[in-house]
Each structure stands twice: as C-alpha cells, then as structure tokens.
Write a protein that binds this ligand. Structure first.
Ligand SMILES: Cc1cc2nc3c(=O)[nH]c(=O)nc-3n(C[C@H](O)[C@H](O)[C@H](O)COP(=O)(O)OP(=O)(O)OC[C@H]3O[C@@H](n4cnc5c(N)ncnc54)[C@H](O)[C@@H]3O)c2cc1C
Length: 298
C-alpha cells in the first residue's frame, strides 16, 4: 500500500493551497480529488491580486501547477472511506486504490445532495444512519437498505455484508453509476439494486417501514444514506469528528477534535469564498506539518 505523510482530500482552492504548504515544507503529499465546481469558465472577480478577472478554470490550473512544482502528487480519485489503522495512521480507500497516511486534511467542499425523503430527520439515529462502520453493528441479520446510486453507496452496501445478508440498494430514481468492478461485487453478494424512490419513513419508536413513490409500503429496519460521492460529513461520521450542522468543526489552526485530522475551506462552513478556502488551506497545511513533526519526536 502506498504511504504518504499527508493525504489531502479535495483538489479545490483549500486542498491545493494546503498541498503547496505541506509539499513545500518537505512532507510527502497526495491530493485526491477531481476538478472542483468552480473550475469552469466562471469569472472570478474578487480574488486578491487579479484586477483583471481570472476564470475559475485557470485559477485552479495554476494552483495544480504550483502544488506539483513543490512535489505534491495529485490524483483524480474519489475517496470512498477513511478509517484508523492499528498503527495510528489513516487508511484511505478510493475507487481504485488504498493509501496510508500520518495525517489527513479534509478539503471536500460542501455537499448538497439531499435524498428527498420528507421525514428523514425524525428517524436519524432511530433507523437512519450515515455511517456503516459506526452503526452497521446494530443491524446484525436485519433488513437494511442503502440509499445512493454511485460507488460510495456500493461500498457502503458491501461493508454491510459483515453484519447482514438482507441488503438492498435504492438509487432514489437515479441511474446506477457503479464501476464494473463494484457492480460485479454487488452481484456476487446478491445485493439487489432498485430504482424506486423512497418518499417517507414510518415507525413508532424507530424505523419500521418505507413508503415508496408508487405507494407501496415495505418493512425495513435500517436505512444508510450514501447519495452521490462521499462527503466530508460521511468522513466525519466514521472518524468521530464534531460537526456543526452539515459542516465540520475546526479551530483557528484548522484542527478537528481528532488528532491528525484537519479541515479547511467550504467544508468548515465559514465564509464560502475562494480567499477563505485558500487561507484556511494554508493554515491546515502548516498545522499538519507541525503534527507529523510531533510524531517523529515521540
Ligand atoms: C460556479 C461557482 C462560482 C463561484 N464564484 C466565486 C467567486 O467569484 N469568488 C469566490 O470567492 N468564490 C466563488 N465561488 C465559491 C468558491 O468556489 C468556493 O468557496 C471554493 O471553491 C471552496 O473551495 P474548497 O476547496 O473548500 O472546495 P471545492 O472548491 O468545492 O473543492 C472540493 C474538492 O473536493 C473534492 N471532493 C469532494 N468529495 C470528494 C471525495 N469523496 N473524494 C475525492 N475528492 C472529493 C472535489 O472533487 C473538489 O476537488 C464559486 C463557486 C461556484 C460553484
């Protein structure tokens, strides 16, 4: 397995800025992320130092070049999960690879994928979960479903096979976008994939039934939400990071409550602007460098 000092999740302004600091500071740095939304033909009019507006695409391209110049490696790979290893390091799984690092910087931006289930909130912690490695255990031999259409959902469903055989994936009306490898794995575990939309949940003390758009009502004990790609929130659930609503809590050094995990940019939810993301990325990079130095001393 490839090992790095620091893995940065996200190749937007926050992640690239962090990479410039960590790579320039001598840490082996891997950035995992693809083109951020802002990297289009949008004109950025308010970023310091560009009196003539620059496009988001060019700004990001320049950031990539600069991070690479200092030795950062940048790969367009979607991260599916982050777990602790027994060696006090982090194991990062993507659609195609696994990596190990001493520190993690989360710079994933914000996610806006909503499942569109009316009363989802009422059942959070009472049958609705966002984290298989946290809650899968409570559903031993029970009937569960994963909500999502992509590799992230497929991976969550496969993790659930440790606990139960009664697993279904609901894509919420979307076309499944699993890679061939994951589609084959789902088949081998006999996990059905259904396009039906779940519109509401039922149950007195906790989740007991799901109501589908076609009016059908079906029994269900547990529903795991994994829409779109894994977000900083999903990583927060697994790693036990404190959150404020949909954002990750980080202090003025961009440290989260878990040693070795830092967060920067939109996923922290302060002022959602490039300048702030770049500034927080720099601080997160410096803090991560300081953190790995303390590991070598001890
Ligand atoms: C169209 C548009 C125009 C904007 N215009 C302006 C403007 O003019 N001025 C301004 O200051 N701000 C603007 N913003 C806001 C600004 O773009 C954001 O505040 C900024 O990009 C946040 O940077 P970030 O690095 O935190 O997150 P993002 O830029 O959102 O980057 C997130 C990164 O994380 C990656 N990622 C997410 N999940 C995963 C995963 N599971 N695995 C791997 N990678 C993952 C993504 O691929 C991406 O690389 C605009 C935003 C948009 C969308």
């Amino acid at each position: 397995m490839e090992q790095k000092d620091i893995i940065i999740i996200g190749a937007g302004p926050a992640g690239l800025s962090a990479a410039i600091y960590t790579a320039r500071g001598g840490a082996s740095t891997l950035v995992l992320g693809c083109n951020p939304k802002v990297a289009g033909e949008y004109v950025i009019d308010n970023y310091f130092g560009f009196p003539k507006p620059i496009t988001g695409k060019e700004l990001i391209q320049r950031g990539i070049e600069q991070a690479k110049k200092f030795g950062a490696e940048i790969k367009c790979e979607k991260v599916l999960s982050i777990h602790f290893s027994n060696q006090n390091t982090f194991l990062v799984k993507t659609e195609t690879n696994q990596y190990e690092s001493k520190a993690i910087i989360l710079a994933t931006g914000v996610t806006r994928v909503r499942p569109g289930i009316d009363n989802l909130k009422d059942y959070e912690g009472k049958g609705v979960s966002y984290c298989v490695s946290c809650d899968g255990f409570f559903y031993k031999n029970k009937k569960v479903a994963v909500l999502g259409e992509g590799v992230f959902a497929a991976n969550q469903a496969l993790e659930l096979t440790e606990y139960t055989k009664q697993i279904t994936i609901f894509t919420q009306g979307k076309k499944p976008s699993f890679s061939q490898e994951f589609a084959k794995k789902l088949e081998s575990f006999k996990i059905p994939v259904r396009k039906d939309k779940i519109i509401s949940l039922k149950g007195n003390k906790g989740l007991e039934q799901i109501v589908l758009e076609n009016g059908d009502i079906e029994p269900l004990d547990g529903l795991f939400i994994a829409m779109g790609e894994a977000s900083s929130l999903d990583f927060a659930y697994t790693l036990g990071l404190t959150r404020k609503g949909v954002f990750i809590e980080a202090d003025f050094e961009q440290k989260t409550n878990i040693p070795g995990v830092f967060a920067a940019g939109d996923c922290v939810g302060r002022f959602l602007q490039i300048s702030v993301a770049v500034g927080e990325g720099a601080i997160a990079g410096k803090s991560a460098l300081n953190y790995i130095k303390t590991l070598t001393k001890s």
